[in-house]
Design a binder for this molecule. Sequence first.
Ligand code: SD4
Length: 333
Amino acid sequence: MSDRRHFLKQGLPAAALLLSACTQDKATEPGDKNDKFAANKPVVISTWRHGLAANAGAWEVLENGGSALDAVEAGVRITEADPDGRSVGLGGRPDRDGIVTLDACIMNSRGDCGSVAALENILHPITVARRVMEDTPHVMLVGQGAKDFALSLGMEEIDLLLPETREEYTNWKKNNPDYRPPINVENHDTIGLLALDKNGDLAGACTTSGAAFKYHGRVGDSPIIGAGLYVDNEIGGATATGWGEAVIRAVGCFLVVEFMRQGHSPNDACKLAVERVISKNPDWKNIQVGFIALAKDGRSGGYCIQSGFDYALQEPNKQAEMLVPGYVIEAPQ
Ligand code: SD4
């Protein structure tokens, strides 16, 4: 991390880096001697520690020459199927009525996008989102309509509420139904994953069961294009985690990408977007919001409101790493 920061401080101005990445990109094959950033591809970055396993799944696709789109879907499917995660897919915490509802979206390098929200009883919302993008004239399907669509694709209906989460929910309802859990690593582990493939194309995916014990029907930022995820293949991509309402107010991920378009590094773009979130949310000290970003040239970064957020990065010829981004305040103990 410090090396990266050092590089950014000492290296070419960010705008120059971005410009050269954009101008050389489209005509360049991987390994072409004109491709200045070939050494930086592929790259995968994703939120929280479960990102390590998701990145490994995405990496396998990319290493075999697969597209960024296939990689992001394969990566987050690992998290969706993991029963130990409490904010994604199977094992995710339910809403205040005891129902697990899922939000997800995906974007490819052409700017196509697909999304599902408030989806019940389907293991892989990200794949449903991809099929919305590819097989329908729409961007977003919600609730029963999204489920009907998933079933029409042959997907199985399954119970996503595990005995452990059922018990936790029952205790919550009995003891403290007004309690809104603080959003941090203990109860928020949405996966947002961004990939840059060997061709220099970007894609992103974001999937979650959302805020624990939310109102039934509540939709967070994660399936909202521009809020929980945004990818512009000329510039870069960004994805968010944390209190979705705050991210939506700032259209957070679109903003991160726009800051990168202005020449800011991924770290600085995320920091500026966090500052915008803070300016739009007077209760910001009580919430967590974190962004990660991946630029077209392979640089990556992140920033968040409270300490406690980390993200997983996989770059060529390097060990998988967990990085701790900059933050504004220490999380309350
Ligand atoms: C939401 N942003 O539903 C999601 C939850 C999340 O890490 O990111 N958790 O508000």
